[in-house]
Ligand binder design. Structure first.
Ligand code: SAM
Ligand code: SF4
Length: 436
C-alpha cells in the first residue's frame, strides 16, 4: 500500500509532511512519487497567504475524481489551512476522509492508525516493506507555534503558542535522521532561535546538535532578529558544523511599517545585527523575507525598503505581496490598491534579483565545497544550490569549480584531488578574497 504527499508552504510544512510520512511508513506503507499508484493521498496545506490556500483547495477539489478512480483510496488534508477552515473543508469536500489541523500534527500517528484500521478492501492489506529514508539534508522540528503577533500573520492562530521539544528528544531525532542517511540537519521553528527548554537556550542546542555523531552541517530556519544574541552568533562563528548562511526575515526597511507590523526591532537594529554577523563570518550569505504593500505603506516607506536591500546586499530573498488574513489585526486596515502592490512587488523583485545575480556571478571560477544531495546536485555551506557535472554519491563532499552562475542554481565541475572536508575548509579560508 502506497501513499503520496503533496506539500504546500514553508519548510515547517515539509518537515511536518516528513513526520507524517514516517508515521505512515511505520504502519508499513511506502511513499510513491506517482499519485496514481497511491492508496492514500495527503495534502499538507498552507494558509500564510490567500494564494497558497486557494491552490491547495483547488487541488483537493480535483481529488474527488482521483478517489473515485480506485476502491479504498483515501484523502487526508492536513496543515495550517486545515486548522483554519476545518468545518468549511468538511462541508465543501465531503469525500475527504481525515482532516488534521496544524495544531494536531503531533497526534497524526494515532489518527493515521484509526484511518488505516478503517480498511475497506482486501487489496489494501497488501502491505509493502517500509523503506528507509535516505535524505542527506533532513529537518528536525525543535519547537511548534509562535508567541509573536505580527499584525499580518495567521501562523499564531493556526499553530498556537510556542511549545519546545526537549534537548534529548531533538538529539534523539537528529541521531535517527543520521542513521537514515542525513549529513546535514536543519533545525526548524517559527522563531527557531527563541528556543528554550530547562536551562538550555538555542546557542546550547546548536552546539549539541553539531556534536551528534555523523552530523556534518547544521542550519536553522526561521530565526527572529530579536533572538539573534551574541551567544548564537558566537556559536555560528566557532562551531565548525554550523553553516555560514542565514535567512533572517526583515519584512520592511521602514520603521513606520515595522512598528505597524509589530516587529520588535528597527531598521537600524537589523542593519547593525547583519554588520555584526558579517564581521564574525565574512563568508556568510544572508537572505530575507520582505512584504510589500502592507496597509498604509507610502512611497517613502517603500523606498526605504529598496534602500535597505541596496545597503545590505542580500544574497537572495523572498518578496511577498501583502495578503489579508482574516482574523489578524491588519485585516481591519484599508488595503492598498492591488495594482500598486503588484508594481512594488515587481520593482523589489527586480532589485533583489539584480543583486542576487551579481553575488552569484562573483562566485564564477571559485572552488566550493558541495555536499551532494542527489546524484549531481548539492549545496554549498553558504546554501547555494549547485548542479555538478557527473554523478556522485549522496552524502559525498565534492570540491566544485563554479562554471556558470547565471541561473538561480549554480553549475560547476568537480575538481579532482585528495580532498577531505576538514582540509578543504582550511584551504578555502586561506584563499579567501583570492578567487581562483
Ligand atoms: N516566523 C517567520 C518570521 O517571523 O520571520 C516567518 C514565517 S512566515 C510562514 C514566512 C513569511 O511569510 C514571513 O516572513 C512573511 O514575509 C510572509 N508572510 C506572512 N504573512 C503574510 C501575509 N499576510 N502576507 C504576505 N506575506 C506574509
Ligand atoms: Fe508570523 Fe511573526 Fe510569528 Fe513569524 S514571528 S510566525 S511572521 S507571527
Amino acid at each position: 500500500m502506497k501513499f503520496y504527499v503533496r506539500t504546500y508552504g514553508c519548510q515547517m510544512n515539509v518537515a511536518d509532511s516528513n513526520e507524517m510520512g514516517r508515521h505512515l511508513k511505520a504502519h508499513g506503507l511506502v511513499e510513491t512519487q506517482d499519485p496514481e499508484e497511491a492508496s492514500i493521498l495527503l495534502v499538507n496545506t498552507c494558509t500564510v497567504r490567500q494564494h497558497a490556500e486557494d491552490r491547495a483547495f483547488s487541488e483537493i477539489g480535483r481529488l474527488k475524481r482521483w478517489k473515485a478512480g480506485h476502491a479504498g483510496r483515501k484523502v487526508v488534508v492536513t496543515g495550517c489551512a486545515a486548522e483554519r477552515t476545518k468545518e468549511y473543508l468538511e462541508d465543501r469536500f465531503p469525500f475527504v476522509d481525515l482532516v488534521v489541523g496544524a495544531k494536531s500534527i503531533e497526534d497524526f500517528g494515532l489518527m493515521a492508525q484509526r484511518l488505516l484500521e478503517r480498511r475497506e478492501t482486501d487489496e489494501e492489506l497488501d502491505y509493502a516493506h517500509p523503506s528507509v529514508g535516505d535524505k542527506v539534508a533532513a529537518f528536525v522540528t525543535i519547537m511548534r507555534g509562535c508567541n509573536y503577533s505580527c499584525t499580518y500573520c495567521i501562523v499564531p492562530y493556526v499553530r498556537g503558542r510556542e511549545i519546545y521539544h526537549s534537548l534529548d528528544q531533538i538529539l534523539g531525532e537528529t541521531a535517527d535522521r543520521v542513521r537514515e542517511g542525513a549529513r546535514e540537519i536543519t533545525l526548524l521553528g517559527q522563531t527557531v532561535n527563541s528556543y528554550r527548554h530547562g536551562q538550555y537556550r538555542f546557542a546550547d542546542l546548536l552546539q549539541a546538535v553539531a556534536q551528534v555523531e555523523g552530523v556534518e552541517r547544521v542550519r536553522f530556519i526561521s530565526p527572529h532578529p530579536y533572538y539573534m544574541t551574541d551567544r548564537v552568533i558566537e556559536k555560528m562563528a566557532t562551531v565548525p558544523e554550523v553553516c555560514e548562511s542565514l535567512h533572517l526575515p526583515v519584512q520592511s526597511g521602514s520603521n513606520t511599517m515595522l512598528k505597524a507590523m509589530a516587529r520588535n526591532y528597527t531598521r537600524e537594529q537589523y542593519v547593525s545585527l547583519i554588520g555584526k554577523m558579517r564581521g564574525a563570518m565574512p563568508e556568510m550569505t544572508v537572505s530575507t523575507d520582505i512584504i510589500v504593500g502592507f496597509p498604509g505603506e507610502t512611497d517613502d516607506d517603500f523606498r526605504r525598503t529598496l534602500s535597505m536591500v541596496e545597503e545590505l546586499q542580500f544574497d537572495w530573498g523572498f518578496i511577498f505581496k501583502y495578503s489579508t488574513r482574516e482574523g489578524t489585526p491588519a485585516a481591519n486596515l484599508e488595503c492598498l490598491p492591488q495594482e500598486l502592490i503588484e508594481e512594488r512587488h515587481q520593482r523589489c523583485l527586480e532589485l533583489i534579483d539584480r543583486i542576487a545575480l551579481e553575488k552569484r556571478s562573483a562566485l564564477l571560477g571559485t572552488m566550493q565545497e558541495v555536499l551532494v544531495e542527489e546524484e549531481n546536485f548539492g549545496r554549498t555551506r553558504t546554501n547555494y544550490k549547485v548542479h555538478i557535472q557527473g554523478q556522485f554519491q549522496p552524502g559525498e563532499h565534492v570540491r566544485v569549480r563554479i562554471t556558470n552562475a547565471q541561473r538561480a542554481t549554480l553549475q560547476g565541475e568537480s575538481d579532482d584531488g585528495n580532498f577531505t572536508f576538514q582540509n578543504f575548509r582550511q584551504e578555502n579560508r586561506g584563499r579567501a578574497g583570492a578567487r581562483s
